[in-house]
Design a protein. Structure first.
Length: 386
């Protein structure tokens, strides 16, 4: 891999930021913890799905076995029958030896389960189908003729066909969490590093050797590279995990939207990083960061909640608002409520905002970086930036 020439001060600063992150135990611990949580969640989801797919049903005769076989065939689940004496089935269910028991009675069937959460809907449907066919034969009616014309195929119509509303909702929540955690974590670290450099007077040495704008660009670039790298790790683990579950069939639908999210994330994160650096420059002590970073923290919280709470017209409008669009637009693309043209328009607005954030952030950073007494509040900062 080739690196820019060392004469580029901004790249020297960026490499310094990257190496500082890579040598921090907290960075690796947080990354590993999140990856382990992701792997664990997919592992337990896989186990739960398999436990729901596999089932042993105790039966007393051949008719019960045929019902269970019909349930397995129609559902695609691994449902097996186990022939037991009728007086042993209840005890077997209670002891957990089998998941359910199917016993024929004078007026129908009894389906025994130990928990209401046991998924026996396929068995119930199979009983109904089996008895309908059996009664039809006894009456001399062809079961196929009896069922003729009864199949119903559900089709969603309209230009905005939502393949799965739950998937869109979950995706919006995931995008919101990823953006919120990355922007907040790295943003606070950027602000803290700036104010620590001011407190230790290192910034005076840095600004004497490196132009202020290069110092800001290097900080933003270095942290953006690290945030993107961490995000790609999480997304890769997530995609692999999803592919191993029943939701793997949605990956072709999710892939383009993940790509859009990465692009929006990159632009939004870079813009916010400039503002985070500016908030650090506005403070003179680490204790002052609570005041200077509060506006950005509230903005990020708003983005987080809007990502999965905004609906209808509100979501449509917010999908064009810079930063908020980073989490809402990919979700609307997934649900079919927005097109790639809408995404391009929102991205252009984000780029315009990023340009403005860089200009404003750079001015505030330049004006406040050498201020070592008192807090430079927003009013003073913007008036000075003027």
């Amino acid at each position: 891999m080739s690196y820019p020439a060392p004469s580029m001060p901004w790249w020297i600063v960026a490499r310094r930021e990257i190496m500082a992150k890579l040598t921090q135990k907290a960075f690796w611990i947080s990354t590993i913890v999140v990856v382990v949580i992701l792997i664990g969640s997919f592992f337990f989801t896989f186990l739960f799905a398999n436990s729901q797919d596999k089932m042993t049903v105790g039966v007393t005769d051949e008719a019960g076995a045929q019902v269970v076989a019909l349930a397995a065939q129609s559902s695609g689940r691994d449902i097996q029958s186990s022939t037991l004496p009728q007086d042993e089935i209840r005890a077997a269910v209670e002891d957990g030896d089998i998941e359910a028991g199917l016993v024929r009675t004078d007026d129908g069937w009894d389906l025994l389960v130990d928990s209401i959460e046991t998924n026996v809907g396929d068995v119930q449907q199979a009983v109904s189908t089996y008895m309908t066919n059996q009664n039809a034969r006894e009456l001399g009616i062809d079961p196929a003729a009896l069922q003729k014309g009864s199949n119903v195929t559900l089709q969603l119509t309209g230009e905005q066909v939502e393949q799965d509303a739950a998937i869109a909702l979950v995706t919006g929540l995931v995008f919101s969490v990823l953006f919120f955690m990355s922007a907040l974590t790295y943003g606070l670290q950027i602000a803290q590093s700036v104010v620590e450099e001011k407190e230790s007077r290192i910034v005076e040495i840095l600004t004497a050797a490196v132009p202020t704008r290069h110092l800001l660009i290097g900080k933003v670039l270095g942290n953006t590279i690290m945030a993107m790298g961490q995000l790609l790790i999480f997304l890769t683990v997530g995609v692999i995990g999803i592919s191993l579950t029943e939701f793997g069939k949605f990956l072709p639908l999710l892939a383009p939207n993940i790509g859009w999210f990465i692009v929006f994330f990159l632009v939004g994160f870079a813009a916010l990083s400039c503002l985070w650096a500016a908030t650090g420059a506005m403070a003179t002590r680490v204790q002052d960061l609570n005041n200077t970073t509060m506006p950005l923290t509230f903005i990020l919280m708003g983005v987080y909640f809007a990502g999965f709470l905004a609906r209808g017209t509100a979501a449509q409008v917010l999908s064009y608002v810079p930063i908020v669009s980073s989490v809402i637009m990919p979700q609307r693309l997934l649900s079919g409520q927005s097109t790639w043209i809408d995404a391009v328009i929102a991205l252009v607005l984000c780029l315009i905002f990023m340009g403005a954030a860089i200009l404003v952030g750079a001015q505030i950073y330049r004006r406040g970086i050498l201020k070592t007494s008192g807090i430079l509040n927003l009013k003073e900062a913007f008036s000075r930036a003027g």
